[in-house]
Design a binder for this molecule. Structure first.
Ligand SMILES: Cc1cc2nc3c(=O)[nH]c(=O)nc-3n(C[C@H](O)[C@H](O)[C@H](O)COP(=O)(O)OP(=O)(O)OC[C@H]3O[C@@H](n4cnc5c(N)ncnc54)[C@H](O)[C@@H]3O)c2cc1C
Ligand SMILES: Cc1cc2nc3c(=O)[nH]c(=O)nc-3n(C[C@H](O)[C@H](O)[C@H](O)COP(=O)(O)O)c2cc1C
Length: 604
């Protein structure tokens, strides 16, 4: 689209782009949308929904909403006030044109619900839906691109005379809305957020695994100092990571950049070193970067041989094998050794692109292609640093002034270079105790909460790092008293090396606080035993607890474990509840989960 193609000079060209975002994805898309909209001749502004008044909606004739969904189909934190206030005040939005881009994750039942809610609400309030809502899955870029390719030209094509802006403004009453959340201590909005994290010290950081373990799981304790930060059990802590210094140094060196050069990023002016360390994720390469190589190669006429590395997945283990030749599945369409052809091939074949990126970071790719970028070009292509969330493993009542986590450190090695997860490596390797401050904020949950009645029984299933919130739940249940029974299912590879919090768990058992503790050690015997197997073994008793009103909680791996546990519950309902497959599914997914809200999940 040519710049200004659609715009008349006496038009009101303004466009408001509102984002609802918890960890920065929707915000980043909002900024990218703004750039494209401005190229199309619009005067686009990006607005954080937090602080955007409901009455102000009617002052904009063009509105694009980009929002994620959180919890179980809920608004992200920064959108909650605006959402409740719009629902309460119902501003009249005739004359407003809008389109919604919703990002989410199809593995959640309420896929993109927040975006769907906005889409329906704006229509209900009289606004004109200019283009259809776009629902985007985890890999949201291509779907967002489809949306922006339709929504922006449609917005730009609107002729809105300047004078009509003021004439048509509908002054909706400003309503102070207090969200209708049941009072619970951490629901009061904190001044600390993903955008404005509280910088604090880690005061304890130790490995929970026994010697010889293949894993590195750490217990990490942060001070809350004078932040005023509070939390309830079930909440998560947001941690703002930084890139490993050695990768930043390698990047600067390979590109021949000046580390002290002053640059401007979305976080303002800073040195190039600081920008690479804190503002962009440089530990893993983006698709956009590989795509950009196509132009680089054409413009520089590079002639370099690309070395493909294939990956293979077996279960949850990943391995890479280096080959000078392309992997067999790529061979038929594999082009010559022309770098341009190879980049084209990666761009055209999504799987080849994923395989390629799985084992490479920017340093690898820059080396392979000898491609040179200016820092500014690189900033356009790299993803922004986003905070990671961790289920809180402590009760604030039991540990005043502290917040504790159980973190599985992600490490892997390819092409002779050690690398791994951004945030987990940052916490494990860079942040000693008290050496460097780290930015944190609270991410409260509304759904993953203990039953109000302390006499209610609970069943907790938390293998691996999934134990985290249940350590917190147990501490809270001990603190609160009450006669509700607690049954914990825990598991990992081996009782010798992965029995996290063993002493604490034994003390709960000794004290009568933990009624039952069931373990599933997958590698302590010939056949693999996981928590879902243990659940089924105890099916009759679990069913009895369900009939008695027990709550069921699950935390940990979303991809495999949560699905297997879910299936085990349905089978228990069939076998011990005497239900048909359909009735059992309805009971678990609708009755327990949605209506009674006593099957609760914190899975990632
Ligand atoms: C609500 C919530 C609660 C959570 N609670 C916890 C918790 O209590 N404890 C916990 O440990 N985590 C928890 N997580 C996960 C956590 O947020 C991070 O996703 C996790 O720690 C990894 O972050 P990272 O920055 O270290 O890794 P990232 O830099 O984000 O990298 C992770 C990515 O690395 C890639 N990768 C992994 N292995 C390989 C490999 N072998 N080769 C190539 N690439 C690979 C994968 O693409 C993976 O997605 C939670 C997540 C959510 C959303
Ligand atoms: C704890 C949690 C709950 C989520 N709940 C939903 C959900 O109910 N529906 C959905 O479509 N996506 C859900 N998501 C996926 C997010 O919407 C998705 O990760 C999105 O990219 C986050 O964007 P943001 O960084 O802008 O907030 C959830 C993610 C997490 C971590």
């Amino acid at each position: 689209m040519g710049s200004g193609d659609y715009m008349a000079t006496d038009n009101d060209n303004s466009l408001a782009i509102l984002f609802g975002s918890q960890t920065g994805n929707a915000e980043e898309l909002a900024d990218s949308t703004k750039k494209l909209a401005n190229k199309a001749g619009l005067e686009a502004e990006v607005y954080d929904m937090d602080g955007f008044g409901a009455a102000n909606l009617a002052n904009h004739k063009r509105i694009l909403i980009i929002t994620s969904t959180w919890g179980e189909g809920e608004m992200p934190d920064n959108a909650e006030d605006l959402w409740s206030s719009v629902c309460e005040s119902s501003p009249q939005l005739n004359g407003v044109n809008f389109s919604v881009c919703a990002i989410g994750d199809t593995s959640y039942d309420e896929f993109c619900q927040a975006g769907i809610d906005w889409d329906n609400k704006l229509l209900e309030l009289g606004a004109n839906r200019l283009t259809e809502i776009q629902l985007c899955d985890v890999e949201f870029e291509p779907e967002w691109q489809q949306w922006v390719d339709k929504a922006v030209p449609a917005m730009a094509a609107l002729q809105i005379p300047l004078e009509s802006t003021e004439a048509e403004v509908v002054e909706a009453p400003v309503v102070e809305v207090v969200a209708e959340v049941e009072s619970s201590k951490s629901d009061t909005k904190s001044e600390w957020s993903a955008k404005n994290p509280y910088y604090t010290n880690i005061i304890q950081n130790y490995v929970l695994n026994g010697e010889g373990s293949r894993k590195e799981t750490r217990h990490i304790v942060f001070e809350l100092g004078d932040s005023g930060l509070d939390y309830k059990v079930g909440d998560a802590l947001g941690v703002v990571p930084e890139n490993p210094p050695h990768i930043v140094e390698e990047l600067i060196q390979i590109q021949g950049w000046d580390r002290d050069q002053k640059v401007t990023t979305h976080n303002g002016e800073r040195t190039l070193y600081e920008a690479l360390k804190k503002d962009f994720e440089v530990h893993m390469a983006s698709k956009k970067f590989v795509q950009s190589l196509a132009d680089k190669i054409v413009s520089t006429g590079l002639k370099i041989t690309l070395k493909m590395v294939s990956r293979s997945r077996s279960g949850q283990q990943w391995s890479a094998s280096e080959q000078e030749l392309l992997p067999p599945e790529l061979a038929p369409s594999a082009p010559s050794d022309s770098p341009a052809d190879k980049v084209e091939h990666l761009i055209a074949d999504q799987k080849a692109m994923e395989d390629y990126l799985w084992t490479r970071d920017y340093v690898d790719i820059m080396r392979e292609f000898s491609a040179k970028y200016t820092p500014e070009e690189f900033f356009e292509l790299a993803g922004r640093v986003k905070p990671r969330l961790y289920s809180i493993a402590s009760s604030h009542d039991a540990h005043p002034g502290l917040v504790e986590l159980t973190v599985g450190i992600v490490r892997f090695s390819y092409h002779g270079r050690d690398r791994g997860g951004l945030c987990t490596q940052f916490m494990a390797d860079e942040i000693g105790t008290g050496l460097q401050r780290v930015g944190v904020f609270m991410s409260p949950t509304k759904s993953f909460v203990l039953p109000k009645d302390t006499d209610t029984d609970i069943i907790m299933v938390g293998p691996g790092t999934g134990i985290a919130p249940f350590r917190a739940f147990m501490e809270q249940r001990v603190f609160d008293g009450g006669s509700g029974r607690n049954w914990l299912f825990f598991g990992d590879q081996s009782s010798k090396t992965e029995f996290y919090y063993k002493d604490t768990i034994e003390s709960w058992l000794d004290g009568g606080h933990l009624f039952r503790f069931t373990t599933a050690w997958s590698r302590d015997q010939a056949e693999k035993i996981y928590v879902q197997h243990r659940l089924k073994e105890h099916g009759a008793e679990i069913w009895e607890w369900f009939e008695n009103g027990a709550y069921f909680y699950i935390c940990g791996d979303k991809t495999y474990m949560a699905k297997d546990v879910h299936r085990a519950l349905i089978e228990i309902a069939i076998e011990y509840g005497g239900m048909s497959e359909d009735d059992a599914t309805h009971f678990i997914e609708k009755t327990m989960m949605k209506e009674q809200k006593r099957y609760l999940r914190d899975v990632y």
